[in-house]
Structures are given as C-alpha cells and as structure tokens.
Design a protein around this ligand. Sequence first.
Ligand code: PMP
Length: 319
Amino acid sequence: MDVKQEHGEFVWHNGEIIPWKDATIHIMCHVVNYGSSVFEGIRCYDTGRVSAIFRLDAHIDRLINSSRIYRMGLKYSSEEIQDACKQMVLANKFKECYLRPLVFRGYGTFGVDPLPVPLEAYVCAWEWGKYLGPEAIEKGVDVCVSSWTRNAPNTLPSMAKAGANYMNSQLIKMEAKLNGYHEGIALDPQGYISEGSGENVFLIKDGIVMTPPLYSTILPGITRDSVIKICERLSIPVVERAIPREMLYIADEVFFTGTAAEISSIRSVDKVKVGAGSRGPITREIQDQFYGIISGKAEDTYGWLTPVEAAAGAARREI
Ligand code: PMP
C-alpha cells in the first residue's frame, strides 16, 4: 500500500528554521545507538477557511510528559513548541500536513549514560495520506492478533511516546504485513488486549463501547481521548477495562484510533469477520462527529482545533 508522503522544505531545529536537507545528525549520536528519543505525531487539517492543528496542546503536553519520564530537561515551554508547529505549517506552505516534534539525545559522550548528552529538538512536517489506506475508514482493515506482546509495565513505559517503544511496534507491524494483514493488535503481558503498532483499539458489544485501560500498557492516545469524549456527548456508554482477546472475535464492531490512522474500522480479526464484515453503525456515528470537526463542516464545540495564522512568532532559546 503506497500512502502519499511529501516532505516540507523547512524544519524547525532548536528555535531556528533550517532547510530539510540540513536536518542531519552524526552517526555517533546517542539516539542512533541507544534509541533515546521522544516524539509526537500531530495532524493539521484544511478546514476550508483556515488550516487548523488537531489537539495541539494535548500533543505537546504528552511530549513534555514523555521527556519528563526520560529525564530530558526540555527547555522549551509548551507554547514555544506549539508555536514551532505552527511555523512549520506556514513556512512549508502546507494546508494539511502531519507534524513530528522530536526530542532526542544528540552528540556528546558515547556510553549508555544519557545524562551528559545534549538534547536536540526538531519539528518536521510532511504531507501524509491516510495511514491505513483511504478505504480503511469506511471499508475497514484486516488485522491479526500479534504473537508479540506489548512492553510490560516497568520495562519501557507505555505512557511515554518514546522512539525505543517502536522497536516493539515494528515487530508487530512486520509480522502483520508479512502475513497479509494491514495491522496487528498486541496483547498486554497478562494476555488482555493492548493496542496496535501505532493505534489504540475500541470494541463495541451490545451497544457498549469499550477500550483497554492504561494498565493494559497502552499509549494514552489523543484520538482515543477524543472518541471517549464524543461517546460521552452522544450518550453512548463507554468503559475502559481489561478486555480478553476473544472479545475481538465476538464484538459487533471494532475500530482503531490514532493520529495517523484517524478512526479506521476493522472488518476482520485473524480472518474472523467482525459483525457483518463492514463498518458498523456506532463506529459510523462516532466517525461522523470526528470527521465533521476536522473537515470544518461541523462546529468545533470541543475546542480541539488550533487555527494556524501568520502571526506565530519565532521562538528561539538554547536547550
Ligand atoms: N498507540 C501507539 C503505540 C501509537 O503510536 C499511537 C499513535 N501516536 C497511538 C496509540 C494513538 O495515539 P494518538 O491518537 O495520540 O495518535
């Protein structure tokens, strides 16, 4: 599946805007050897009148939390990184794009100890199509339960969106794709449903929407949070609880949420059809609310969209 991706012309680096081709690092950077990075993935949408970034403050809060967990003393405020994201939309003249704030341990000492190594902060931007393909939203994707387990608590913390966690995600994704599936769903160390390689999972059974809790070693997804809030507004019962694997085979509806995947329905799990094998009515109701807001067709009554206007000033500070 070829998903469109076109990178921007400029990158934000430690408060300065530099050409994309100059955003390079030395092979002996700490991050290359030891995986020491935290990052975000954010979408900016064309709402018709203006480009707007979806839940920008929540994403940057999570970036700051990720950097705290890994004792990365990030010197930029939330406002400064939010401003950098806006600058990347404007400088690259994007109407819609994906934004990638990235903080990592750079070039310094060569041993494992991260504390002496200087930090680098970047924001990159590119145009990115629908991650699981354009048909995933309506028709749904075919997924498997992965033979790989998600990282156990007290190993790699799942509340941090850290680059190293994505080695586990890569195992899940490779196994799924090589076996002919779009994506894999991993279980947590107790055998309950955790999440996809880059998505949270929701199931619907008898009108109740359920999703794994934080203790099922999931990333606290911002799309997941948005779906929970949409359900509450629509008076659809929603519960966070440990979910046994077999619920995937008997659920009426199953879907993924994520910034890249948005809300993509799942039509089969391990070749067992989900419900009637096509998108179900509750998934559709939730999608209608979500896509209404991000397309600008419905009013953003949640305050989730940050418009990008030319006044965003340059934030510059050493880190
Ligand atoms: N889980 C994992 C492992 C992810 O990489 C992502 C994507 N960031 C998600 C869940 C969904 O999170 P969000 O809705 O904030 O993009």
